[in-house]
Ligand binder design. Structure first.
Ligand code: ADP
Ligand code: G6P
Length: 467
């Protein structure tokens, strides 16, 4: 018998995504499966440890689902209509804000009716949180889809402690100011007591904008509002459940699966590995191009080296994502038709998501991990690799534009826009001596195990509750 759902909670997470998505199989039966992305990876262990309620969307349109108990906490689904999915989720969240906050790598699209839907859905999430929260509860709002919730919730429930954490970069003022509804977003965020960012730079971008609002003043990470409230903005670099992942990666089942996978890949001497949501911010085009050129020139030999790349389907109805999918299919096909060994393809590309077990097994066999986003708030894949790969004769190639680069300074750092530079660094990562690699791996592994997800959640919530 599962536990009953509590009417009220004293700790609530509000995020667009729930940790599980509701899917309807072809035979009409309903199943739940893990949701994609770093937000869910990071927050699941936090909720398992603390309990409380997680309010979010269950990934299907036009479906009302009752709250249920799951893994030690309550799940409270918020329904979205088909039109809201199109305008609030695919539109304003992922075709306006996502590209705007990621350096305009893709052109942000501005539509007034998308903004209307964003406001409407943010209000629904705020109402749901207001209805669930005990008096004086802590409510932690997550990410760019819900930036209006802090202010809306404060209007409804001034008794709450309200925190907000942005998982993606917060853009420089010059880009942010393109947004026709910029004041609405800044004021939405200023409804929180504490606003957390992945890096200090993102926090300063936000504070500069906040200080431009009438009557808002402040310095050193805080602003005072005309109504007398104070808001703190600070970096809290997010992390993973490093010990939990390491335990899974070293379980006999995963190690056996990993050995089998290495054999299935033809037992190459070197495995290069990449795993990302299929998103243009992840730098996949340049990564595949760089590795392809190394195969082409013979600097990497497809008889000895395999590049395994997993891409999780993501936001498949948004135009830029469809274009990216086709581009990568073409690019990989072209490279493989030129550089295959007799036994196998040079690039083993899989457009799919895999279980945690399989993924940790893949990290275990990856000799060189390629994490090369054009821009990324943090990038948890880099940290997962360090937690899971137990051998030290390994290498992490990391983009200097991932938030993780600020912590993982010993990585083989690349500028993902510089294809030649990236090629040279990948070769160095393949060829460096085991001693050099081991020194780097030890330092980075220590960083990840000492700065895990518990530390992240504790530092944010202790500060919020002490504000
Ligand atoms: P983002 O949140 O932008 O997707 P992160 O690197 O921070 O980027 O987090 C991605 C998360 O999704 C990681 O926990 C990673 O393990 C997981 N993930 C990515 N691709 C896959 C895949 N193909 N199968 C399973 N998990 C995946
Ligand atoms: C990133 C975002 C999350 C989002 C995830 C998956 O991690 O920061 O907010 O949930 O990507 O994207 P999706 O659009 O599928 O929720």
């Amino acid at each position: 018998m599962s536990e009953p759902v509590q009417e009220k909670a004293k700790f609530i997470v509000v995020a667009n995504r729930l940790p599980v998505d509701r899917v309807v199989n072809d035979d009409g039966s309903v199943a739940w499966r893990s949701s994609p992305g770093g937000l869910v990876t990071a927050l699941e262990p936090v909720m398992q440890a603390r309990g409380g309620a997680w309010i979010g969307w269950h990934g299907a349109a036009d479906e009302e689902v009752d709250p249920f108990h799951h893994d030690g906490y309550d799940i409270v689904p918020v329904a979205l209509s088909e039109l809201e999915v199109e305008r609030y989720y695919e539109g304003f969240s992922n075709a306006t804000l996502w590209p705007l906050y990621h350096d305009c790598i893709a052109e942000p699209v501005f539509h007034r009716e998308w903004w209307d839907a964003y406001q409407q859905v943010n209000r629904r999430f705020a109402d749901a949180a207001a209805a669930r929260a005990e008096h004086g509860a802590t409510v932690w709002v997550q990410d760019y889809q819900l930036q209006l919730v802090p202010q809306l919730l404060r209007e409804l429930r001034p008794d709450l402690r309200i925190g907000f954490f942005l998982h993606i970069p917060f853009p420089p003022i010059e880009l942010f100011n393109r947004l026709p509804w910029r004041d609405g977003i800044i004021n939405g965020l200023l409804g929180a007591d504490l606003v957390g960012f992945q890096t200090p730079g993102h926090g300063s971008n936000f504070l500069r904008l906040a200080r431009r609002q009438p009557g808002v003043e402040g310095a050193r990470g805080r602003v005072h509002l005309p109504d007398g409230r104070m808001v703190t903005a600070k970096a809290f670099p997010i992390s993973i459940d490093a010990a939990g992942m390491a335990e899974l990666a070293n379980s006999p089942k995963v190690l056996a699966e990993a050995r089998q996978l290495r054999a299935d890949l033809g037992d190459p001497s070197t495995i290069l590995f990449g795993v990302d949501r299929l998103d243009y911010s992840k730098g996949l085009r340049n990564r595949v191009r760089a590795v392809g050129e190394l195969f082409d020139s013979g600097e990497l030999d497809p008889e000895e080296v395999v590049f395994l790349q997993l891409a999780t389907p993501s936001r498949e109805r948004v135009k830029e994502y469809r274009i990216l999918r086709d581009d990568i299919d073409l690019l990989v096909g072209r490279i493989n038709s030129k550089s295959a060994s007799l036994a196998r393809s040079a690039i083993n590309y899989r457009y799919t998501s895999v279980s945690r077990e399989t993924l940790t097994g893949m990290y275990q066999i990856a000799d060189v991990m390629l994490v090369t986003p054009l821009l990324d708030g943090m990038n948890l894949v880099a940290k997962e690799y360090l937690a899971c790969r137990s051998r030290n004769d390994s290498a992490l190639v990391l983009s200097e534009f991932a938030g993780a680069a600020l912590e993982l300074k010993q990585a083989y750092m690349v500028n993902p826009y510089d294809i030649d530079g990236m090629k040279a660094t990948i070769l160095r990562a393949v060829r460096d001596s085991p001693r050099v690699k081991a020194r780097k791996m030890r330092a980075m592994r220590r960083q990840v195990f000492e700065h895990d997800i518990d530390l992240w959640a504790d530092s944010f919530l202790n500060q919020l509750e002490g504000e």
